[in-house]
Design a protein around this ligand. Structure first.
Ligand code: AMP
Length: 520
């Protein structure tokens, strides 16, 4: 058979834009299009009539092509409302040109809408409207929850502190907007705390990572042995604080350590636990049993003989880091002026020492593929000799090296500590923990100020999603602010690696030795 070469001749013709759709969300946002033309048309986008410069965040991608048909997307990474508006696609080749328009509204993401809705102060309607809307809201929520419960069974999580940021900055926030006004179907600000917002009213089942139990390095091992402590060995002394699920007490615990008859412990209580609450409690205890590091608060065990259920932790003498920072800041020192006070303003080297220890704890969590999701100074504890540990995992349950994590129900999101991708898409990763660590550094170097204290929650969301970052604190060395900026890169993969951050802080802290005696 003779060889015959068939060359297909495709006639030349001008471009036609067959389709241009409204944006859809996959991993990124995409404005899909289909174009024909021969030769291959050049594609050019305009946003609100202005030529769109393509870059890393916004670029044209062709996913599929035949001889003369091209299907693709204008891909946008974490667009915000500034990307809303009219998009024009112009396709050109030497035989002609075609163009089509489409309108994009990226801020119509349910999560962010819900944030705004939950935070909008209800000032304009008369009281009766609140009551009616409130009743309707409660009824609707009840129905939705019941349907979801029927469909998915239990999905609520027991939290050591509920949704973790509940008790934050409850005292002396510098923020004039400390108390957030809530809509009628959201909890009161005292329940919610200033650093938290409620997102959505539906409970979305947790995306479990199938590797969770299989991986031998996993923090959740199937054969975990949780220590059980007898009730009569725990003697309560005084209240230390209150979380959303129960009180925290200082207690003496007998027969816990072989070399001491009794030691001081902090006990967290869970009152009136439901069936599912109990199951979550045990799961949490297993997780905590497996998290062991010098900069993670030590978990001793549980006491489940009777109600309330109890978790026993090591007692950290100076309480949570946020209060500690404020108590050792310029305002506190001013307040005690003239008195013989032990309160001394923290030095820069002490701040570095604190930061370095938190970073060490985070290196460990990352090594365990554990995403914290709520790293903040309020969730760290301070012991003797300026020993600092990460002490609360209220929001981090169930997370294990999944890139995507959905939080449902009455979840409170600590937006001031969150990167754009967590705010907009609830994407929580080790990289989003790195962002939060940057915010923790900022908290340390401002003596515990609330991030963006001058802004309302709505404004914070706007700011962060637009790419603004916190300013350099007055007392912060340039190297440390550069570190913060490295944590606040918009693209998660561009952020500093947790190990790099720790190494840098470690060498900075080493270069300026800490004098601990004044802090006891
Ligand atoms: P939490 O529910 O974890 O926020 O705890 C409420 C308060 O109890 C915190 O703000 C701390 O001041 C205190 N607290 C919690 N755990 C400990 C602990 N292990 N040692 C000392 N104080 C603690």
């Amino acid at each position: 058979v003779p060889n015959v070469t068939v060359s297909l001749f495709i006639p030349y013709f001008p471009p036609t834009i067959l389709q241009l759709y409204e944006p859809e969300r996959n991993q990124d946002w995409c404005i899909p299009f289909s174009v024909t033309g021969n030769p291959k048309p050049e594609l050019q986008w305009y946003h609100q009539g202005q030529l769109l410069e393509e870059q890393d965040y916004i670029k044209t991608q062709i996913h599929e092509s035949t001889e003369s048909e091209y299907h693709g997307c204008l891909q946008l990474n974490i667009p915000t409302h500034i990307h809303n508006g009219l998009y024009t696609l112009v396709a050109t080749n030497k035989f002609g040109e075609d163009q089509k328009n489409v309108t994009a509204h990226f801020m119509l993401i349910p999560d962010v809408e819900a944030v705004s809705a939950a935070l909008t102060p209800m000032l304009v309607f008369p009281f009766q409207v609140y009551v009616v809307v409130g009743i309707a809201g409660v009824a609707l929520t009840g129905c939705i929850l019941m349907l979801i419960f029927l469909k998915y069974g239990r999905s609520s999580k027991f939290g050591l502190k509920g949704s973790s940021s509940v008790i934050s900055n409850d005292d002396d926030s510098a923020s004039p907007l400390h108390h957030v006004s809530n809509g009628n179907n959201t909890p009161s600000s005292s329940e919610m705390g200033p650093d938290a917002v409620i997102i959505g009213m539906t409970k979305i089942p947790v995306i479990e990572n199938p590797q969770y139990f299989r991986n031998p390095g996993s923090v959740l091992k199937s054969d975990t042995f949780v220590q059980h402590i007898k009730r009569h060995n725990i003697v309560l002394k005084r209240e230390l604080g209150e979380g959303a699920f129960g009180k925290v007490f200082l207690a003496e615990c007998y027969n816990l350590s072989p070399d001491q008859e009794k030691i001081l412990v902090a006990v967290k209580t869970l009152k009136e636990a439901s069936e599912s609450g109990r199951a979550d409690f045990h799961r949490e205890a297993e997780l905590l049993t497996n998290l062991q590091h010098e900069h993670i608060v030590t978990f001793y065990g549980v006491c489940v003989e009777s109600d309330p259920l109890i978790m026993v932790f090591e007692y950290m003498k100076h309480g949570d880091l946020n209060k500690f920072l404020r108590a050792h800041g310029p305002d506190a020192v001013l307040m005690t002026d003239g008195q013989q006070s032990l309160l001394v303003e923290l030095t820069q080297s002490q701040m570095l020492h604190i930061a370095q220890q938190i970073a060490a704890g985070m290196v460990y969590l990352a090594s365990q593929h554990f995403v914290h999701r709520d790293l903040a100074t309020r969730n760290c504890l301070v012991g003797e000799n300026l020993l600092v540990k990460i002490g609360d995992f209220g929001m981090s349950r169930d997370v294990y090296s999944t890139d995507y994590y959905r939080v449902g129900g009455h979840t409170m999101l600590p937006i001031r500590w969150m990167p754009p991708e967590s705010i907009m898409y609830r994407r929580f990763t080790t990289e989003s923990d790195v962002w939060s660590l940057g915010v923790v550094l900022w908290e340390i170097f401002t003596y515990g100020k609330q991030p963006w204290y001058q802004l309302s929650n709505n404004e914070v969301i706007e700011c962060i999603t637009q790419g603004r970052v916190l300013q350099r604190p007055r007392t912060c060395p340039k190297e440390v602010y550069d570190l913060m900026l490295g944590c606040w890169q918009r693209e998660p993969y561009m952020r500093l690696n947790i190990k790099e951050i720790h190494n840098l802080l470690h060498s900075l802290a080493k270069a300026s030795p800490v004098y601990l005696d004044i802090l006891g």
